[in-house]
Design a protein around this ligand. Structure first.
Ligand SMILES: [Zn+2]
Length: 318
């Protein structure tokens, strides 16, 4: 499989990141993504940084962020350098928005949530994502005010490579439509914060869940507009619970504390995660460093990983 993330031997050491939202605990699927991002850069002598994506301050809780940081540290994954909090970054986001505004790339959107819900879902959209149909895109924006502000995507497709899934050609206009960068409630929106922060943290590779694959082309367009270099991307499969539901979408997803409470030690959890990422033939207890030598993107499965919880429970019974 062609893999850009393995081909960067001429460049300085890579910088990877994990960027959880503190809206819940990190379940096994999140921890697996975090471990993949850590292994990918650490195997090449790179740096790994953490970012707390609490830009949506109404939904985020700092005590959950603290637990996420603690759980990652328990696995041996610690940020090289300060942990960025999006809540502290308003000035930087505002500056980015001003640049886009000066370049004439923004417009105010007064569509209500109801308007947007009435617009037909696109059949190609992943994960129930509805592309914004551009209802307001011919409006002009005279000044930046606390209102809903969208980025006017250029026409055309974006070609990019995914470290797990290979060559991609996406039209962001069909996948997301013009993304919201600033919300009516005064918060900056996810796409702006992510792109600006990846640039500010010097991120050279982004490893994240496959549920975000469909927004990548949109974020690449924003990078281009802001003059931010394009990182390499790899989207790893999600982990399903025994009934096939995505972890975290239902109650009962287990985090580190729950797994430990049910008798699994950290080395066993790491063994399961390493095995699921193709680093180990069998889920043997290990520490994160043990997985570094065996990690290779072409061994990471591109299909969903199933039943990790059940396998963990089986291990518990043994
Ligand atoms: Zn609108």
């Amino acid at each position: 499989m062609i893999n850009p993330i393995n081909q960067d031997s001429v460049l300085p050491p890579p910088v990877g990141r994990f960027a959880p939202s503190p809206t819940g605990i990190l379940h096994l699927g999140n921890l697996r993504t975090a471990l993949a991002s850590w292994l990918s850069v650490k195997a090449k002598g790179g740096a790994w940084v953490l970012r707390i994506e609490d830009v949506d301050r109404n939904r985020c809780r700092w005590e959950l962020a603290e637990r996420q940081i603690r759980d990652l540290a328990a696995l041996g994954l610690e940020s090289d350098g300060p942990i960025l909090r999006q809540m502290d970054r308003g000035e930087t986001y505002r500056a980015a928005l001003s640049k886009l505004h000066a370049d004439g790339l923004l417009y105010a959107c007064d569509c209500t949530r109801k308007d947007l819900a009435l617009m037909a879902a696109a059949p190609h959209a992943e994960d129930g994502l509805r592309p914004y149909p551009g209802t307001c895109r011919d409006r002009t924006l005279t000044e930046l005010k606390p209102e809903a502000i969208r980025f006017r995507l250029p026409k055309g497709e974006v070609a990019w490579r995914d470290g797990v899934h290979g060559a991609q050609v996406d039209d962001p206009n069909r996948l997301t439509g013009d993304p919201l960068l600033h919300r009516r409630d005064g918060c900056f929106a996810y796409h702006l914060a992510v792109v600006v922060d990846d640039g500010a943290q010097g991120i050279t590779e982004i490893v994240r869940g496959v549920d975000l694959r469909s927004v990548t082309a949109t974020q690449i367009r924003l990078q281009e507009a802001l003059g931010i270099p394009r990182p390499a991307y790899a989207h790893v499969a999600l982990v399903a619970s025994p009934d096939g539901a995505r972890l975290g979408k239902r109650g009962g997803a287990m985090g580190i504390e729950e797994l430990q409470a049910s008798g699994l030690a950290i080395p066993q959890i790491l063994g399961w995660l390493g095995h699921s990422l193709g680093c180990l033939d069998r889920p043997e207890p290990c520490i994160a460093e043990d997985l570094l030598r065996a990690f290779a993107w072409d061994q990471v499965p591109d299909q969903g990983v199933e039943f990790i919880c059940r396998r963990a429970e089986k291990d518990l019974d043994a």
